[in-house]
Design a protein around this ligand. Structure first.
Ligand code: HEC
Length: 507
């Protein structure tokens, strides 16, 4: 897979070199330039120009580039790479197998790929938009920075410093230096190459014999080439038996799970709760100012790991490092989930028995042993009936739900959750009032990049505040071979959700 991708890049690189050579210092807008480029590139491949080597074309680019504004790598590009890319693309970073950006010459050699991913907005991965409140460690790029990277590539992607100059990360990934405990899963999983998207839940047991506060933690991926991301849950001890029953039930450590732990229990209340999201580059979480997450004896974690078996890898033994405190003065971090319905009817061009909501609901309940289908509970909670969504038959659906705050305190962190066909997510505090704050806006939902976001400013939630959740979906994002069905709120990968979590503390 990786090799195929690299080859593709070389090909694109060559093609783009020809385009730039042919276009010269065109001052056209990016779109028309792209179009002209395509036409020229296909002509060029039929003529001798196609035979010019990348070396020849790049010297031509240098001559031509004197006519456009020259962007200094050292002054303009290097700081961008160091602040927004290096944390994942140097050393053992998760992006290094796809693009290694360890030296100035690596960046130059990857210039076209870099500009392509920056222009497409897929790198750096930071789904939250600027409509959201400002967040710590925001590594997204401003429009000016994106333009600079694209312009620099167009003018040849040359470096004006020693090509061997090492790229350093402006802000390294924060790791726990010391930790009290390293927890390993009870049972490992060894997937097969070619198997994409395995979501697997594992028991991580901290073996607590007294009440403790989790004050810091870090997920340590073991087989980094296949571990894609993680959703962590705190699970109360009374679900331990259910977890033990599921563990190894298909012969390997853990069990298949998707939207939740699959253990039932009350996911909508305060138990069996999502406590963390981890994606490449996340690093350690340390609660500040004497805060911690309370855990009672027997409580445990269930970590849902998302594997992508693009490559062969040994059994995965990812661990969870924890720092604990027994100090009763610690003030607990509360996690409260806020919801909106996920009701996504078949479009007018889709037909099948499961396009009937009731049939789809019954089918889902049957496949999850009666657990893990929260659709009706959430409709009730938000005061809706299925009919309210029945008109959404153009392949797009949306929902909105206002709830009163169920905990007052200072916001530590927020996260949003949808599944694969989600398109936009928004969680707003006190919508339509002078105090309105968009706690998290994700204009292009990406299941692959889910992060906890930590607001910089102090945001306090008061008892009579309102939290609004809004989500939209696009049915065309379902796998092309998926059976037409009324998609509703449930645990599976073919089901949907819409919720946000606000982690807050009493100040
Ligand atoms: C949070 C970690 C992270 C950050 C920050 C990041 N990347 Fe990536 N990058 C990845 C991962 C992981 C991949 C592998 C593909 C994937 O999983 O989406 C990747 C893939 C790539 C690729 C290869 C794309 C392909 O099709 O194979 C390029 C080029 C790239 N990144 C450039 C950049 C640039 C330029 C920046 C900064 C502007 C950046 N990345 C920031 C993690 C990151």
């Amino acid at each position: 897979m990786v090799i195929v991708r690299k080859k593709l890049h070389l090909f694109t690189l060559l093609l783009l070199s020809i385009v730039i050579f042919a276009c010269g210092a065109s001052e056209e807008t990016s779109n028309s330039e792209k179009e002209t480029g395509k036409a020229v590139a296909s002509e060029a491949t039929t003529e001798e120009e196609a035979e010019s080597t990348p070396e020849e074309t790049s010297s031509a680019v240098e001559e031509e580039s004197s006519q456009v504004e020259v962007i200094s790598f050292e002054d303009r590009i290097l700081p961008i790479i160091e602040s927004s890319c290096a944390r994942c693309h140097i050393g053992a970073g998760p992006g290094t197998t796809h693009a290694l950006l360890e030296t100035a010459s690596d960046v130059s050699a990857n210039a076209f790929a870099v500009a392509a991913v920056v222009e497409a907005g897929v790198m750096p991965p930071w789904p939250a938009s600027d409509l959201s409140v400002p967040f710590e460690h925001d590594w997204s790029l401003s429009q000016q920075d994106r333009d600079a990277v694209i312009e620099w590539t167009r003018s040849g992607g040359a470096v004006d410093i020693d090509p061997a100059t090492k790229i350093t990360a402006a802000e390294g990934v924060n790791h726990l230096v010391n930790y009290d405990q390293e927890i390993f899963p009870i049972g490992n999983y060894d997937g097969d190459k070619g198997q994409t998207d395995e979501y697997r839940c594992f028991i991580y047991d901290p073996q607590l014999t007294e009440r403790k506060f989790l004050i810091g933690y870090e997920f340590i991926p073991d087989q980094t080439e296949v571990v894609h991301h993680l959703v962590g849950y705190r699970v109360p001890q009374d679900l331990r038996e259910a977890a033990d029953q599921k563990n190894f039930s298909d012969g390997q450590g853990g069990w298949s799970c998707f939207g939740g732990t699959g253990l039932g229990g009350n996911q909508i209340g305060t138990l069996n709760q999502m406590i963390t999201l981890w994606g490449p580059g996340t690093g350690a979480v340390e609660y500040q100012n004497g805060h911690g997450l309370i855990m009672e004896p027997g409580d445990f974690f269930v970590m849902q790991i998302h594997y992508h078996y693009d490559v062969e890898a040994p059994a995965d033994n990812s661990s969870f490092r924890a720092n604990w405190s027994t100090d009763e003065a610690i003030s607990p971090v509360e996690l409260v989930q806020y919801f909106s319905p996920a009701e996504i009817p078949c479009s007018t061009t889709e037909f099948g028995p499961l396009c009937d909501r009731e049939a789809s609901l019954v089918d889902r309940l049957a496949s999850y042993d009666g657990e893990g289908v929260q659709a009706d509970t959430i409709l009730d909670l938000c005061g809706y009936a299925p009919e309210d969504f029945a008109h959404m038959t153009d392949g797009y659906a949306s929902s909105i739900c206002d709830q009163s705050a169920r905990f007052s305190g200072k916001v530590v962190s927020v996260l949003g959750h949808q599944h694969g066909i989600g398109t936009t997510f928004r969680m707003t505090l006190n919508p339509g009032t002078p105090e309105e704050r968009i706690l998290l806006d994700i204009p292009k939902w990406d299941f692959e990049w889910q992060f906890n976001y930590d607001p910089i400013e102090e945001i306090t939630i008061k008892p009579d505040d309102v939290i609004r959740l809004e989500c939209t979906w696009d049915r065309s994002l379902r796998p092309p071979d998926a059976e037409p069905r009324y998609v509703l709120w449930a645990d599976g990968s073919d089901d949907e959700m819409c919720f946000g979590v606000i982690m807050s503390t009493r100040t």
